[in-house]
Design a protein around this ligand. Structure first.
Ligand code: SF4
Length: 448
């Protein structure tokens, strides 16, 4: 039987390919192949598809495989009429999707994945289009389907509301009218994401762990998995060697939530093996997902440098009382120490930066600007992002309990770029002010 995996469109006012790959969907692909299915992939967000440029203008790459997505202007959803910005569909155009589906021929089932909840219009439109083009049942999985399964029922697809892929055989047996035997293996530890389904990609994103032991109040990562899971380090190395060779790429991105946990038994071995096998001479490595400053030490900093890591982001988020109140994962001293260790190891602010969040409930404009100063004064770059209340996070529950959110908002309204237009926290003027000041400060500090 033939199964098609689809990475759907993103519809938003802005979107950027900062190493977005549907890693979960690629694990589903591996799992389905193991079950004996013929698996195909259409990644509508892959800027590197072989003949995509015959269909749409693709902006040039920025750095290490990142870049702007191609886009088409579309009408805003009714509920976003009040936002004075152009809404867009990012990714390949419909004609490209039509051509790819016609090439595959008869399809028995389609899996569409999802990530951010406020991108649901892109998922719905993708589902609508694939349904026009085939008669196959369409399943929707991924973060949106798990976080808001009741909302995802409106997608037109059958929701697969769990991240436990071992439930797939039973799920498929039910909907495809076939008897698929359960198989006993650990899908994360035993399988590699099915990157071989691509003909061309610009980079490969890998996960070496699942889960996070921290409990930040603005995050739900720690609720996604019951416990942390670690992939055998040498399997990670196998994945690097296999996909580096097969796809002729130069950039590997580790997207783990907490890659420095259990360092000695896990990431240390991966880094040592990267160096021992000379993979640091062939490939560049990146840690864009906010590593834990608290867990960094001199040995790790030096090894990252030797292993050719080029983008390292530290999770800092805010200055002031909220550091402790949001979970205490990092304090100023941790960040300053980590910045010094990385700088001493040879990194500059071209490679190292920290994430700061703005518009957190209870946060002042000054706290954001002070946090930016802490980073820049420590000799590292900074990236300021707007807070979004993720449904199910502690902060979201507090906001609902205190009446600052109803808990029933359309997910579109919880888009972090939309919140300042309607939510009474920082105003849009304050947000714009912070962005202006940060831009000026960075111009003075960061090497270009
Ligand atoms: S923000 Fe990072 S450290 Fe905190 S719970 Fe989420 S993944 Fe873990």
């Amino acid at each position: 039987m033939k199964i098609l995996l689809v990475n759907p469109w993103i519809e938003d006012f802005a979107a950027y390919d900062f190493w977005l790959k549907p890693v979960g969907l690629l694990y589903v692909g591996s799992f389905l192949k193991k079950l004996g299915f013929e698996v195909h992939l259409i990644d509508l967000m892959n800027r590197y598809e072989e003949d995509l440029e015959n269909y749409i203008h693709i902006p040039r790459d920025k750095y290490f495989g990142t870049g702007k997505f191609p886009h088409t202007k579309i009408e805003k959803p009714e509920i976003l009429r009040f936002v004075p910005r152009q809404y867009k569909r990012y990714g390949a155009p419909i004609e490209y999707l039509e051509k790819r589906i016609s090439e595959i021929g008869k399809i028995d089932a389609i899996f569409v994945t999802s990530t951010l909840t406020y991108w649901y219009p892109g998922y719905y439109d993708t589902i609508k289009e694939v349904k026009k083009l085939t008669n196959a049942p369409v399943f929707l999985g991924g973060f949106y389907a798990r976080n808001l399964p009741w909302h995802a029922q409106n997608s037109g697809a059958i929701v697969f509301p769990t991240n436990n892929l071992n439930k797939l055989p039973k799920f498929l047996s039910r909907y495809l009218d076939v008897d698929i035997p359960e198989i006993d293996f650990d899908w994360f530890k035993d399988l590699a994401p099915a990157y071989e389904l691509y003909k061309r990609v610009g980079y490969v994103v890998l996960l070496t762990t699942l889960g996070c032991p921290y409990k930040c109040t603005y995050c739900v990562a720690h609720r996604n998995w019951e416990r942390m899971m670690f992939k055998e380090p040498l399997k990670v190395i196998e994945e690097i060697e296999k996909f580096g060779e097969l796809l002729k790429i130069e950039d590997f991105i580790f997207f783990d939530d907490a890659i420095l946990i259990n360092y000695k038994n896990h990431f240390k071995i991966i880094i040592q093996e990267i160096i021992r096998r000379g993979l640091n001479k062939k490939y560049r490595f990146h840690l864009p997902n906010g590593i834990h400053a608290k867990l960094l030490n001199e040995e790790i900093a030096n090894s990252l440098f030797e292993a050719n890591f080029k983008v390292i982001r530290l999770g800092y988020e805010t200055k002031g009382k909220l550091q402790e109140l949001t979970g205490g994962k990092v304090k100023d001293d941790d960040l300053l120490r980590a910045a010094r260790l990385l700088t001493d190891a040879g990194f500059t602010n071209k490679e190292v930066g920290a994430y700061v969040m703005m518009n957190l409930p209870g946060q002042t404009v000054q706290e954001v600007l002070d946090a930016v100063d802490v980073c820049l004064d420590a000799g590292i770059d900074v990236s300021v992002n707007e807070f979004t209340p993720i449904v199910g996070s502690d902060i979201w529950m507090e906001l609902v309990n205190s009446g600052r959110l109803t808990g029933l908002e359309d997910p579109l309204l919880l888009n972090n770029t939309i919140m300042p237009y309607w939510w009474k926290n920082m105003t849009i003027d304050e947000i714009e002010y912070i962005k202006r000041v940060v831009k000026e400060k960075r111009l003075n500090y960061v090497k270009t």
